[in-house]
Design a binder for this molecule. Structure first.
Ligand code: SF4
Ligand code: SF4
Length: 206
């Protein structure tokens, strides 16, 4: 039987490998540094995310979720949750993110193993929520209302909910100036309202 001799290119590669060592990383003995373009685990950006939930809508596997929490003192927050153990790295969330595709982004994090699934299989961020000043239901995250008003420009002033939340954000409107009356009528017109309360105050003639 005739033995096939190696080609010159293969011999050169073999000699190079003798001096350079193996191509594979020596992880975990040495830390592995991924390529700059490596598409690793997706992560929220607390400062860029506005809590709009567009990413939750498009995620094909339900890896993004949220919880809205409020207390009796009137403060409320939206907890955005990314379940890293079921994420399939498809990038739909980043593509749909209204915040310049920066609210959730791929990172170069590649070492994804963990010991405790209940504690380590997700990441969360918190966004402050704006509540309706009549019924107390969540309207949207404060950063999302700010994002909308920035895009609307002067049209923001056609919506009391938008301009009042903007003025409060800037510290111009004092919370204590808001009327304590809740009659779903004229006294409630200039308040931060959810859509059902806005409809009631518009249709009521009190
Ligand atoms: S990368 Fe894909 S699977 Fe993972 S959170 Fe984003 S949309 Fe969902
Ligand atoms: S801003 Fe981006 S990351 Fe944040 S909830 Fe909206 S789509 Fe998701």
């Amino acid at each position: 039987m005739r033995i096939k001799l190696p080609k010159i290119r293969e011999i050169i590669e073999a000699v190079k490998a003798l001096f350079q060592g193996p191509y594979t990383a020596k992880f975990p003995k040495e830390p592995h540094v991924p390529h700059p373009n490596f598409r690793g685990q997706y992560e929220f950006n607390q400062d860029k995310c506005v809590g709009c939930l567009a990413c939750q809508e498009v995620c094909p596997v339900g890896a993004i979720s949220h919880k809205d929490l409020s207390d009796r003192a009137g403060s409320a927050k939206r907890i955005m949750i990314h379940y890293t153990d079921i994420c399939i790295f498809c990038g739909q969330c980043e593509a749909a993110c209204i915040s310049n595709h920066e609210g959730i982004k791929t990172s170069n994090k590649w070492e994804l193993s963990f010991f405790d699934r209940k504690k380590e299989s997700f990441e969360t961020i918190e966004k402050e929520l704006q509540l309706c000043e009549v019924c107390g239901d969540p309207i949207a995250c404060k950063d999302h209302l700010k994002w909308i008003s920035e895009r609307l420009g002067e049209l923001t002033y056609s919506s009391p909910t938008l301009y009042l939340s903007r003025l409060k954000n800037l510290g111009i409107v004092d919370d204590n100036l808001v009327s304590a009356l809740k009659d779903y009528g004229r006294s409630d017109r200039v308040k931060i309202l959810c859509a059902p309360c806005r409809r009631k105050t518009t249709l009521t003639t009190k």
